[in-house]
Design a protein around this ligand. Structure first.
Ligand code: SAM
Length: 244
């Protein structure tokens, strides 16, 4: 696999990575829409990861709420790449009054909203932003206490991700946080790219660099325990970002 150092000065691509953003998105869309709308698809075939994933993230949110007691609000969350609402329903709806959702696939946003309609919790889901995180049109005012991005940011290249984070920054409330839970290659390893769905797996260093370029600072960097449960998984890290 040909490798690149991801930066704006070295715009080399990984093997199988499409240059054209639209083409890249079409491959991603085809990848998901040709698969069943299940946790298995959301979790790359490892459904058994769901419960421990939610438990671990739940502990993280509780820790953050305690750590920033009185400062971190719980009224509005934005979830990027919500998929079929796995995290929305099992995690975020327990901690936030309202959740705005985003996904590339309209059917996923619909399915996520439907989870709450069934249970007469219609107000839980606010706006649904259908489309790529790279094209998110958000109103530029502080709204979100937390922005949650799990296994989705690898669909953007580094420069586009910096742009996105800058945009998100302006929608965070004072003391608001961005949580990224993502695959992250082990220290000293090269980034990876999955041509099947066009997903880029960054190094920790790249996440730090991107956060810094976006004017954000990493206030928590936690290694997920999920790999201890399913050894085949790539290492997973949770970064909590705050405005500098
Ligand atoms: C691996 S799934 C994870 C879903 C969810 N975050 C979870 O953990 O269950 C990745 C999700 O990202 C969505 N996605 C892919 N490319 C995207 C993009 N450019 N913008 C927004 N969502 C995207 C896919 O449709 C899919 O729902």
């Amino acid at each position: 696999m040909s490798k690149k150092k991801e930066s704006s000065e070295l715009p080399l691509r990984m093997e199988g990575e499409r240059e054209d953003v639209q083409e890249r998105q079409t491959i991603t869309k085809d990848y998901y829409s040709s698969r069943p709308k299940t946790f298995d698809t959301m979790l790359g075939g490892y459904t058994q990861v769901h419960d421990p994933d939610i438990q671990e993230s739940s502990q993280l949110i509780q820790t953050l709420m305690k750590q920033f007691s009185g400062k971190l609000g719980s009224s509005y969350c934005l979830e990027l790449g919500c998929g079929i609402g796995r995290v929305t329903k099992s995690l975020l709806s327990r901690y936030f009054d309202h959740i705005d959702i985003n996904d590339l696939l309209e059917e996923y946003c619909q399915q996520t909203r439907a989870l709450f309609e069934e249970n007469d919790e219609k107000d839980k889901i606010g706006q649904a932003f259908v489309g790529s995180i790279g094209n998110l049109q958000l109103e530029n005012f502080p709204k979100y206490d937390v922005i949650w991005a799990q296994w989705v940011l690898g669909y953007l290249n580094g420069d586009d991700l910096v742009q996105l984070l800058r945009k998100l920054k302006s929608t965070l409330k004072k003391n608001g946080l961005i949580v990224i839970k993502d695959n992250c290659v082990a220290n000293g390893q090269e980034p990876e790219f999955d041509p099947d769905d066009q997903y880029y797996v960054r190094t920790g260093e790249q996440f730090y660099d991107i956060a810094h370029r976006a004017g954000l600072t990493v206030i928590k960097d936690q290694r997920s325990k999920l790999k201890q449960i399913v050894r085949e998984l790539l290492p997973i890290r949770i970064f909590v970002l705050a405005v500098k």
